[in-house]
Write a protein that binds this ligand. Structure first.
Ligand code: NAD
Length: 314
């Protein structure tokens, strides 16, 4: 019976260990997250990673068909969809309200929604395509409204929800998807570059303010991921961003994705791996989870070393 007792004890210990490992692997167990722009591309990869790690996720996007399909595929209990144009404050407030009404709390906001913006074609006065001399003021405004104001509005309403439940556990994590265009010049259209630099600055400011409430604010800055945004941009030289849904709604072929990935591999100083949306999702997951509990105001660049090189492009 002593031997039997030891066996039982060992089996129980092994089972407990397995539970611990499972919980450790599920780094967002019990957490509730909103991912803006989560219907496709990098946002979709973030949604999938968060759900895989135990979070209940609300996708906030303007692409209703894609957002609803993804939520249904991941299962209604852990993933739902709400229509939300991040540049419209009432939409953002409603998305946060829906999340809190459904799940009782908000722990993580991922501001991922973004647009690249159209570059004006060459002007008759000789101003070059996409050049500052042919800047389109309305387009500049649109890009900043989505990429920068959209993230700021997300921070505003997420912070309110997080502060309200401070007594019940405290803290929270806000992770925005910026870009290497928020670190260096020459990496994208003027409005896009301005919007992402502003987002990095906004992240630092919000981190300073919200730190005293235990809310961490960080961003992730990817280089080129062959999503429809990037493939369409490189295919069309930025001119053809669709009005609705951002750059990038046009479908792209597997061949185009491969070609884009090859170009990105050529630019990275790190040779070997191909940068994929899942790599950005891993970085966002790290910043969303307790594994980064002492990191705030940081911009985590995921670029295969591109921004460390003097010869960034070409
Ligand atoms: P994508 O175009 O494939 O996906 C963008 C998603 O955002 C779509 O689901 C779209 O419907 C949604 N969206 C667009 N405007 C919106 C709005 N006003 N409100 C709510 N949702 C909106 O692009 P992606 O490549 O997956 O980009 C995701 C984020 O990553 C963006 O912020 C982008 O700037 C950033 N980023 C991308 C790359 C890259 O190489 N793909 C590099 C650096 C940064």
């Amino acid at each position: 019976s002593v031997a039997l007792g030891t066996t039982t004890h060992n089996a129980a210990a092994a089972a407990a260990m397995r539970v611990c490992e499972f919980v450790q692997q599920r780094r967002l167990e019990g957490k509730v997250a909103i991912v803006t722009g989560g219907a496709r591309g990098i946002g979709e990869a973030i949604v999938r990673a968060f759900v895989r790690h135990g979070a209940r996720v609300v996708i906030a996007d303007i692409d209703d068909a894609a957002g609803e399909a993804l939520a249904a595929a991941l299962g209604g209990a852990c993933c739902s969809y709400v229509h939300c144009d991040v540049s419209v404050e009432a939409d953002v407030e409603r998305a946060v309200g829906c999340c809190v009404a459904r799940h009782g709390r908000l722990d993580v906001l991922c501001n991922n929604a973004g647009v690249l913006g159209r570059q004006a074609p060459p002007a008759s006065n000789g101003a070059r395509s996409g050049g500052i001399a042919s800047l389109d003021a309305a387009e500049f405004d649109r890009v900043l409204r989505v990429n920068t104001l959209g993230a700021a509005l997300g921070m505003k309403h997420a912070a309110r929800a997080m502060l309200q439940r401070r007594g019940g556990g405290g803290g929270g994590s806000i992770v925005s998807v910026a870009s290497v265009a928020g670190v260096l010049g020459g990496m994208g259209p003027h409005a896009y570059t301005a919007s992402k630099h502003a987002l990095v600055g906004l992240t630092k400011n919000a981190a300073c303010e919200l730190g005293e409430h235990g809310i961490r604010v960080n961003c992730v800055s990817p280089f080129g991921v062959a999503t429809s945004m990037l493939v369409n941009a490189w295919r069309h030289g930025h001119h053809r961003e669709a009005e609705e849904g951002g750059a990038s709604a046009a479908p792209v072929s597997a061949e185009e994705v491969e070609k884009t990935e090859e170009m990105v591999r050529g630019m990275a100083t790190l040779k070997g791996p191909t940068l994929r949306a899942g790599d950005i999702a891993e970085a966002a997951l790290f910043l969303a989870s307790e594994e980064s509990r002492y990191i705030s105001g940081h911009n985590l660049v995921v670029d295969g070393g591109v921004t460390t090189s003097r010869n960034v492009i070409g």
